[in-house]
Design a binder for this molecule. Structure first.
Ligand code: SAH
Length: 349
């Protein structure tokens, strides 16, 4: 039975479900979930590391620099959340090959929900002996650098809509025809939403869980930095940003459960507030273009072109996609959450 029919069955048995539950089924259902079974990286959507090797290389130099800033500890957990096909981490580790002490200190942890993508990561990164973890909280404590590109945007979101002065939760139910349809629940929205402006609001409970995890590490005396790169406004809260992509086209989020990628804008303002009130050091958000520029994207491009003149045009095009404000350069933001007591991280200048 298709996921769409199973979802319709669940809804008729137990009632409409919050958008966050719908997203979870669509992305992670073990039999039909999008990431679990048919991750369309490079087909349904393309990410920065899949666009240019320079992205992962600069992140690698950043990580080695931050390890230095921690006092070059002998042991470092190098963690990636949602590594996709493992492309960014492969570029990151290649760019740091000559930093022997960094290489021998790092223990590679990949936090990945999708069995299909775990296989791809295991293949690409087998030389580095990765440890797979289900959750960040499964990664051992100690000195830690966490990297995550386009991970936060797939954390399920609850949506709220203001109707006749009342905030109500948006749910997925069934229309008369039996098709999946959006509706509004009767329960009241949480206080946080009630204070939001506009007529629609989105809340990703996963951001809270993430900050709670980092806070627990800080409270235990760990030294860490966590770098998140994703799309979303830097201060304004996203309203209704839920969308679905299939074969590079935007489709209705209800049209093809499990067959399309579902995503929301990340609320960087909220992430920053949560992290600050948990006592973490927060740097950013800054734009991806600004961050990569500060890390020396132009010099890296020039060096690569000098060594591979035949690929000059492709290298130039890839870099332009990453940094140009009319492409990924401004829509994508970078934020760094750290334990207290470290110097400012590179790239936020
Ligand atoms: N970082 C990669 C892939 C981005 S796609 C890149 O930039 O190319 C999102 C990734 O997050 C996928 O690997 C997906 O399987 C993973 N993911 C989504 N939700 C997750 C969760 N709750 N726990 C762990 N991994 C998750």
């Amino acid at each position: 039975m298709s996921l769409k029919n199973r979802l319709a069955g669940m809804i008729s048995a137990t009632g409409p479900m919050p958008v966050s539950a719908y997203m979870t089924h669509c992305l992670h259902d073990p039999v039909d979930g999008y990431y679990a079974t048919r991750p369309g990286l490079g087909a349904d959507f393309t990410t920065a590391p899949e666009t240019s090797q320079i992205f992962g290389e600069l992140i690698g130099l950043w990580a080695a620099h931050e390890w230095q800033a921690m006092g070059a500890p002998d042991e470092l957990s190098l963690v990636e959340l949602g590594p996709g096909r493992g492309v960014m981490m492969a570029d990151t580790l290649r760019a740091t090959t000559r930093f022997d002490e960094f290489q021998s200190a790092k223990r590679l942890h990949l936090v990945e929900a999708s069995p299909a993508l775990r296989n791809a990561q295991a293949d690409r990164l087998s030389a580095f002996d990765p440890v797979f973890d289900d959750e960040l909280s499964d990664v051992s404590t100690g000195h830690t650098i966490i990297l995550a590109n386009e991970y936060l945007d797939c954390l399920p979101a609850r949506q709220f809509v203001k109707e006749s002065g009342e905030w109500r939760e948006r749910v997925v139910g069934l229309a008369q025809s039996g098709e999946l349809a959006f509706g509004l629940a009767v329960d009241r929205a949480p206080q946080e939403v009630a204070e939001a402006g506009g007529g629609a609001a989105e809340v990703q409970p996963g951001l809270e869980m993430l900050v709670d995890d980092l806070k627990a590490r800080a409270d235990a005396g760990d030294t860490f930095r966590a770098l998140f790169i994703d799309y979303g406004p830097d201060t304004a809260a996203p309203g209704d940003s839920l969308r679905a992509y299939q074969a590079g086209e935007q489709v209705s989020p209800l049209a093809a459960p499990g067959l399309s990628d579902l995503t929301v804008d990340v609320d960087f303002g909220r992430l920053k507030r949560l992290a600050r009130s948990a006592g973490l050091q927060v740097d950013g958000p800054v734009t991806q273009g600004g961050f990569l520029g500060a890390l020396g994207v132009q010099q890296r491009l020039n060096t690569l072109i000098k060594h591979q003149p035949d690929s000059a045009e492709a290298l130039f095009r890839g870099t332009n996609t990453l940094v140009n404000p009319s492409e990924m350069g401004a829509r994508f933001k970078v934020i760094c959450l750290s334990s207290q007591g470290l110097p400012p991280p590179a790239g936020f200048g």
